[in-house]
Design a protein around this ligand. Structure first.
Ligand code: NAP
Length: 465
């Protein structure tokens, strides 16, 4: 492949495409702009709306976290930055198109699928990926038509990460609490009718191996409409965990155990819902006649693996939980884009610190990855900042050494021509600002922060009005 050979004397400015407009995409743009003022950046999103998981993932009752959007808005307002919403990379524009138009492409499109449990019955009606529920309550168009049977009174959430905590909290919130948030209108209505009473959150390992962070765990004990229940016996530590804690290396685990102990000491106060935490249990089967009626859990013990990790091992003992609704919250999974190297097992684009690697392990000139599609689905929003800086530093080093891609058609307007020729209705930043304003007005009329538009057609119709 031809390379970008004379960066300093190049006739066109450095032109970069960023695929995905969540935190990692915006932090990559920010780092490029800081280090190379004048760099031209086109941000692509398959949705008409920007911000990735900040809009479609962060729980609606965590509005403060969403204020990070102000930083992204400033980046988008830079004159050399453009937003191309409603453009799907892989179909509307292919990877070859991007390499024809840009000196470099940064893949920042996150992880859009979910990990499977691999147990019988996990796809029965009544069992759902937590990621579907999250997309649904956040008004993501892909999940607008999902249906969850909230007439069930017993629900299980499998997994002990922050996504599981979000799902448990949203199920436990009162309609009044949810009304104050930007939760999607359809979800607000459905949750207001919810008959969910008992929510079981189930972890395969012990109390100090929970993947949640401490503020998130604490919130479960401060719910207006739900008590928390943790049997004290669940918090007895096995020797390996006790030794780990005694060594003092894991402050989060220490705080979590302390919080869990305060939960165990709490007496029920008669709130309408109860959140139950259960450890050392793995789902082995979901069963029922035509839909989920039971969740069979295998009890585990903890053992120390070869590399010192504490693992769950089945004891052979099982118990059955009579639940009518199950949310599987065991991690997101990245998906591939046609023509772009992809590691299906790990769900990431193979890369060396952000430089995309082709099949033979050689660097693919001009292709980079940031965020969850680079490192897998872990970390909080801020984790994406140093991650993006690492990739951008390599990109700029490659620009200096003449190792970028040499596009055949680097003109700024070429991408517009291509998209117009294919009949793609591009949503610009200005268009997004109009949608944003409409959503805020819709919310204000109801005393809510925002009323989200949840269908792409609805958004495009509002713009063409
Ligand atoms: P996560 O933190 O990786 O947690 C996944 C959970 O699923 C773990 O408890 C894991 O247990 C469990 N698990 C995995 N495979 C399993 C299996 N086969 N059977 C039973 N349990 C299984 O993932 P996440 O909750 O999806 O969150 C993704 C990232 O987003 C995390 O970094 C999270 O902190 C972040 N996030 C942050 C916030 C926030 O800051 N408020 C909110 C949402 C998400 P093991 O530990 O035993 O593997």
């Amino acid at each position: 492949m031809a390379v970008f050979s004379a960066p300093m004397s190049a006739p066109t400015p450095l032109r970069i495409a960023i695929v995905g407009t969540g935190p990692s995409g915006f932090y990559a743009a920010e780092s490029l702009l800081k280090q190379r003022p004048g760099v031209e950046i086109d941000l692509f999103d398959r949705l008409p709306t920007p911000f990735g998981l900040v809009r479609g993932g962060v729980a609606p009752d965590h509005q403060k976290i969403k204020s990070v959007i102000r930083v992204y808005e400033k980046i988008a307002a830079t004159p050399t930055v453009r937003f191309f919403g409603n453009v799907r990379i892989g179909t509307d524009l292919t990877r070859d198109d991007l390499l024809r138009l840009y000196h470099a492409v940064i893949y920042a499109y996150g992880a859009q699928s979910d990990r499977a449990l691999g147990v019988p019955g996990e796809n029965l009606p009544g069992s759902y990926a937590a990621t579907d529920f999250v997309g649904w309550y956040n008004g993501h168009p892909d999940y607008r038509d999902c249906q969850f049977d909230l007439s069930q009174d017993q629900v299980a959430v499998i997994g002990m990460g922050n996504v599981a905590v979000d799902v448990v909290r949203i199920l436990a919130r009162t309609p009044e609490e949810l009304h104050k948030t930007d939760i999607a209108g359809h979800a607000l209505e459905a949750l207001a009718e919810s008959r969910v009473r008992d929510i079981y959150m189930i972890g395969r390992r012990g109390p100090i191996q929970g993947a949640f962070t401490n503020p998130e765990l604490k919130e479960l004990g401060e719910m207006e409409g739900a008590d928390i229940e943790v049997p004290a016996g669940e918090l007895e530590l096995d020797p390996a965990s006790a030794a780990l804690l005694a060594a003092g290396g894991d402050k989060v685990a220490e705080r979590n155990l302390e919080t869990l102990r305060t939960f165990a000491a709490k007496a029920p106060t008669g709130k309408p819902r109860t959140i139950h935490l259960r450890f050392l249990r793995s789902p082995v089967e979901l069963s029922g006649s035509g839909r989920v009626e039971q969740l069979v859990l295998g009890k585990n013990r903890l053992v120390v693996g070869r590399s010192g990790e504490v693992k769950a091992e089945a004891t052979g003992e099982t118990e059955t939980l009579p639940v009518g609704l199950v949310f599987r919250s065991v991690g997101y999974l990245g998906t591939g884009i046609a023509g772009v190297p992809f590691d299906t097992k790990r769900g990431v684009i193979p890369n060396d610190h952000g430089r995309v690697l082709a099949e033979a392990g050689t660097v693919a000139p001009g292709e980079y990855a940031v965020g969850w599609i680079k490192r897998g689905p872990s970390g909080v929003i801020g984790t994406n900042k140093p991650d993006a800086v690492e990739t951008v530093n390599l990109l700029l080093a490659d620009a200096e050494s003449g190792a970028l891609n040499q596009p055949a058609e680097p003109a700024r307007e070429a991408v517009m021509r291509t998209l117009a020729g294919r009949g793609v209705r591009v949503v610009s930043w200005r268009d997004w600002q109009r949608l944003d304003e409409l959503e805020r007005q819709g919310g204000a009329a109801l005393g809510r922060p925002r009323l989200k538009l949840c269908r792409v057609e609805e958004m495009l119709a509002a713009l063409d009005d």
